[in-house]
Write a protein that binds this ligand. Structure first.
Ligand code: PLP
Length: 431
């Protein structure tokens, strides 16, 4: 199995977090997002414990909440001693309403509007991760208006090209995110930052990419960032308190994806950082990581009911489900791979080669192509694994399709964390 919370029981039924998925589909209806709360907590602990081993108490793990944002998740990560990274007023508001202490939130975004900046400062967001020079003027003016000094990190681009998908590749110089070190603009923005009275520069941030499977990317990122930290210390007398290395450890969507040892990776990176700081004669800054996907992805599974099964003689077979790109746009966006099961026939032989498609009026509405499944029929339950990240948070209402609920699985029981959208929810804003 791709993850240890998935198994097939003696009756040939797919279980998730030890619970019968066909019973869950019956109880809550489909499409249905399941989230294994114990797995989320285990994933948080893996990071927090490894970082403690690596850096003592001089670290923070930020949950990148764009991976999956709803009130309950902020309570869970807070209980697991994590900070959060938020990227919009909507995420800030969700965290706020969940009772999450916003002093532990880091506000990202390459384009924060004046209203966004105002909202975040008014509500006490701990840190801004500043993307560009113009943003600084707005933050300084707004912080002045509220009579505070706003803590910030500067997002820099170290100019590293990861070998992952283009769409999730963000550390290159020509990225829309951050300010480039290579062009000299990063140094200039530091100088500019130091001229503001209502801004405190606490450190630097970089995010190199997503679906990273080894520590090499983080080592190269840290190397460039520490050289920069040394330069601003010697030339501008600036002591860097925090270094945020971003997110991006990969997860297993299919058997072909490797298993990563996150603790080992974190320790390799920390050895490198400590050594390099020693050589440069600088103190090791507080190190931050921002995992999103690797906290929630393998804690998720989506259940659908099979509808039309269309066999086009001599061509292709289509298995249609009662959801699609509206609840999981990742195949449509980047051809993402997933592992699929027929939950009620999980131990039957896979003989049907098919494309699993959604119900939208859009031929790109595909969950996965060229899948091998047992003979699928109307009424079967189809499970898509590893959907805990970038599914609910990317869901939409195209074709006026209501979004599925999120049901949490915990210690053998289950509860609703996000209700199913109703038809009335769909027209709630229509006048
Ligand atoms: C998306 C993102 C993350 C999280 O990436 P994952 O691949 O989900 O771990 C972290 N930091 C920043 C700045 C991001 O944009």
């Amino acid at each position: 199995m791709i993850c240890n919370n998935i198994n097939i029981n003696n009756s040939g039924i797919l279980e998730f977090a030890g619970q019968d998925t066909t019973c869950l589909a019956k109880k809550y209806g489909t499409p249905l997002y399941l989230l294994d709360e114990n797995k989320i907590r285990d994933n948080c602990k893996t990071y927090v414990n490894a970082m403690a081993k690596a850096y003592g108490d001089n670290f923070a793990v930020l949950y990148a909440s764009k991976a999956n944002s709803f009130k309950k998740i902020y309570n869970i990560v807070n209980e697991e001693n994590m900070c959060v990274d938020v990227v919009s007023v909507g995420e800030i508001y969700t965290a706020l309403k969940a009772g999450y202490p916003l002093s532990k939130a880091y506000f990202h975004s390459n384009n924060k509007t004046d209203a966004d900046v105002d909202f975040a400062i008014k509500n006490g967001v701990g840190y801004f991760v500043v993307d560009n020079a113009e943003e600084l003027d707005v933050i300084d003016a707004t912080a002045k208006k509220y009579g505070i000094c706003q803590n910030i990190l500067l997002r820099l681009t170290p100019g590293i090209d990861t070998h992952t998908y283009e769409a999730v590749n963000t550390g290159k110089v020509d990225s829309k995110f951050g300010t480039a070190i290579e062009t000299g603009q990063a140094y200039k923005i530091v100088e500019k930052t130091l001229t503001f009275n209502n801004i405190k520069l606490c450190g630097f941030h970089c995010h190199i990419g997503s679906m990273v499977f080894d520590s090499d990317t983080f080592l190269r990122g840290a190397d460039i960032m520490l050289d920069f930290i040394y330069k601003v210390k010697t030339e501008l007398n600036l002591v860097t308190e925090q270094l945020d290395l971003g997110g991006g450890y990969g997860v297993r969507y299919t058997k072909n994806d490797p298993v990563i040892d996150i603790e080992k990776n974190i320790l390799q990176v920390s050895d490198f950082i400590k050594n390099k700081c020693y050589k440069l004669n600088i103190t090791v800054p507080k190190i931050l990581l921002e995992p999103g996907r690797s906290i929630v992805a393998d804690a998720g599974m989506t259940l659908y009911t099979v509808g039309t099964v269309k066999k086009i003689t001599g061509y292709k077979n289509y298995v249609s489900v009662d959801g699609g790109m509206t609840d999981n746009p990742r195949y449509a966006l980047y051809g993402s791979e997933y592992t699929l099961f027929l939950a009620n026939k999980a131990s039957q032989k896979s003989t049907l080669e098919c494309d699993v498609v959604g119900r939208c009026c859009e031929s790109g509405d595909i969950i996965q192509q060229n899948v091998l499944l047992p003979e699928a029929e109307r009424g079967d339950i189809l499970a898509v694994c590893t959907t805990g990240a970038y599914n609910y948070s990317m869901a939409m209402n195209y074709n006026r399709i209501a979004r599925p609920p999120i049901v949490m699985l915990k210690d053998g029981s289950n509860y609703v964390a996000v209700k199913r959208e109703t038809l009335d929810d769909l027209i709630a804003n229509d006048l």
